[in-house]
Design a protein around this ligand. Structure first.
Ligand code: HEM
Length: 634
């Protein structure tokens, strides 16, 4: 009866909203449903099709990826509600609506319940709202400066070179089939954030000088962190007491990594306090230092024996958080953890899928290499210059490849927002006023928005679904593609919005520049949001963009990436006797398999990744490509 009444209430609100809607019997974000849906869906599929066809696909947690823009097209609206007994959910692929939602932060807050699992080590800038979030954001923003981006650039160049050496060896031979490009990209990103953000340089297996496990630990820092991240979903979803006592190997491994990484972070925190106490200061991004300083811990406060900051140690050896401290110890660790989590998987996915797409599209790869030659010439890597080269990379095919990859596979496919309980919110949609019900979950559907034909230059419906970075390059013959810098300034806000913002004293984001280079195509505001938009947009956007550009530049300046075809033809035959027709046939097979995995093998845990199957790639010196002049069949 309760379920039915909830459903009726939600349905009534949907009917009054003025939005298009349809109903499903279950709420697909319900945790029980998320964990057990694979048991029920086959049973539901046995029901007569006419009963289920309007809703059954939407009970799949992955439907955003399988449907892309399709549902919006079928329903004839760029926003629709799914009504269920558990909640109403609004799906949005309309740029104007996105802008309203992201700029009216109080009217459309984050649904904090969905983020609670990210409080693993403590509350942080990602998992909080309102005044608490503003406080976290103010403290965590300062290190994300242009000055520190130099460090991200230098470190990314170094790490990309190391990753490449791991594939092609010191003598730079062809790599052979590399099956774990995704895992290697993940490792690279982890190395970059560890070094640039926390001052810890991690090594690749081929350069590892047998790092010893330090006293008091059972794992090295690198093993603790990578094992924790590999098992993150186990750690996030398993109650702590089960994790600690479970005899299952999976739980033991995950728990050991969780405990060990926590220990390392606490040690880093203690060391940072000691640094602050002795008046030392360190150059560089120093995220932990910023958190400690932001928490109000200063040399004076630590040295003043009467101060409430003077250390009174808890069993962990960390001085307990005094009442005056602006972030608690848990919050400091919580933020450190979330930077690593938010900062490595997203960038790694972009690097991985860019390489895969480029292997599938050799002509785009050649154009990228031509641009890299023009920008970097024959300068050695040590002479690549942040100030001179990065703006050019941003505005070239390198930026276009990054933008296009993030258009097609934005790591966060559905950015969650909500309306407050009992507070319906008005929204202008396609010139019409609609009311989003109170307590409504909202998904900014980036996968659909980025394929909405209203916003993207395209030559056909298929073209919108295809990786074509060239769409970002401005055509000088079409002046309507010119977007002067002024156009990119945020639209004038209403008096109410200005007032609300002034009242909130929003902390300034570190970088308010547009997402894409001025010399590339600029999509209308709200239509391209891989990094979200508005007050809660990504803090690490520029960090990530620089890392991605650096990695693409290092790899493609001297190497090409190709689809590995060794499943279909031997290396020897390919090198010596394969005719053009045979090559076309095997390449076609490898490409079709890549397309299939991009369609069917993707899955979201925190970000979307290829989780069922892998595509092997090969790295070959430029000029030695086997499929260098292949064109994608139209
Ligand atoms: C390609 C790479 C990246 C993408 C696509 C990306 C995307 C996003 C998105 C969509 C959000 C909003 C999430 C939400 O509302 O739930 C976000 C938030 C955030 N990102 Fe990123 N991100 C990337 C890289 C990074 C990096 C490298 C860092 C840090 C080093 C970072 C730190 C953050 C933080 C701290 C937030 C929370 C901001 C707030 O709520 O105030 N991200 N990111």
């Amino acid at each position: 009866i309760h379920t039915y009444r909830c459903f009726q209430t939600n349905l009534t609100a949907a009917k009054q909203s003025g939005l298009k809607y349809f109903c499903t019997p279950f709420y697909n974000f319900n945790r029980f449903w998320l964990v057990t849906h694979q048991l029920w869906l086959p049973l539901l599929n046995l029901l007569p099709k006419q009963w289920t066809e309007t809703w059954i696909d939407y009970l799949q947690p992955e439907f955003i990826w399988s449907k892309l823009y399709g549902t919006f097209e079928n329903i004839g609206s760029d926003a629709f509600l799914i009504v269920s007994p558990g909640a109403n959910t609004l799906y949005v692929a309309d740029a104007e609506a996105v802008t309203q939602i992201t700029t009216r932060r109080n009217d459309f807050p984050k649904p904090l319940g969905m983020y609670a699992i990210l409080d693993l080590f403590g509350k942080n800038v990602v998992t909080t709202e309102g005044a608490v979030w503003r406080h976290h954001r103010k403290i965590t923003s300062p290190p994300f400066t242009e000055r520190n981006n130099h460090l991200v650039w230098t470190e990314s160049l170094h790490q990309a070179q190391s990753m490449l050496t791991g594939w092609v060896g010191k003598d730079g031979q062809e790599s052979g089939a590399v099956w774990d490009v995704a895992a290697q990209a993940m490792r690279l990103s982890l190395h970059v954030i560890s070094r640039a953000g926390f001052g810890v340089r991690l090594q690749w297996p081929h350069e590892d000088s047998q790092t010893q496990v330090p006293e008091g630990h059972t794992l090295t820092y690198k093993d603790a962190l990578s094992t924790l991240l590999e098992n993150i979903i186990v750690v996030l979803l398993t109650p702590r007491w089960i994790l600690t006592h479970s005899p299952l190997k999976l739980h033991k491994v995950a728990n050991e990594a969780f405990v060990e990484w926590g220990k390392y972070m606490r040690e880093m925190y203690r060391a940072k306090r000691a640094e602050v106490q002795s008046g030392e200061s360190r150059d560089g991004m120093d995220l932990m230092g910023a958190l400690v300083k932001g928490a109000g811990i200063t040399t004076e406060s630590l040295n003043d024996s009467t101060s409430s900051f003077s250390p009174e140690k808890n069993p962990n050896g960390i001085p307990s958080s005094p009442s005056k401290q602006l972030l608690t110890d848990e919050e400091i660790l919580g933020n450190a953890f979330v930077f690593i989590l938010a900062g490595h998987e997203t960038a790694a996915n972009t690097i991985h899928f860019s390489m895969l797409f480029l292997a599938m599209h050799p002509a785009s790869q050649r154009r990228l290499q031509t641009d890299l030659d023009a920008i970097l010439g024959s300068k050695p890597l040590s002479a690549w210059d942040y100030d001179e080269d990065v703006p050019k990379l941003f505005g070239s095919m390198c930026g276009a490849v990054m933008n296009e990859e993030l258009r097609l596979i934005p790591p966060v496919l559905g950015i969650p927002k909500s309306t407050p309980e009992g507070k319906p919110q008005g929204l202008t949609l396609d010139g019409k006023y609609v009311t989003v019900p109170g307590s409504c979950n909202i998904t900014l559907n980036t996968a659909a928005l980025h394929r909405n034909p209203k916003y993207w230059p395209h030559t056909s419906e298929q073209d919108l679904l295809t990786f074509r970075p060239e769409r970002w390059l401005r055509d000088p013959r079409h002046p309507q593609h010119q977007h002067p810098e002024e156009e990119q300034k945020p639209k004038p806000r209403s008096a109410n919005e200005k007032e609300a913002e002034a009242e909130e004293q929003e902390p300034e984001g570190p970088d308010t520049r547009p997402d894409t280079s001025a010399s590339l195509h600029r999509p209308p505001r709200g239509s391209y949001i891989p990094f979200s938009d508005g007050h809660r947009s990504c803090l690490g956007r520029r960090f990530a963009q620089i890392e991605i550009l650096a990695v693409l530049a290092v790899i493609f300046k001297t190497y090409s990436v190709e689809l590995d075809v060794s499943e279909y033809i031997s290396d020897a035959e390919l090198k010596t006797s394969a005719s053009r027709d045979v090559k076309t046939a095997v390449w076609g097979k490898a490409r079709a398999e890549s397309e299939r995995l991009l369609r069917e093998g993707m899955g979201t845990i925190i970000t979307v990744q290829m989780r069922r199957g892998r595509v092997p790639l090969r790295f070959v010196r430029r000029g030695e490509e086997k499929f260098g002049d292949f064109e994608v069949p139209t």
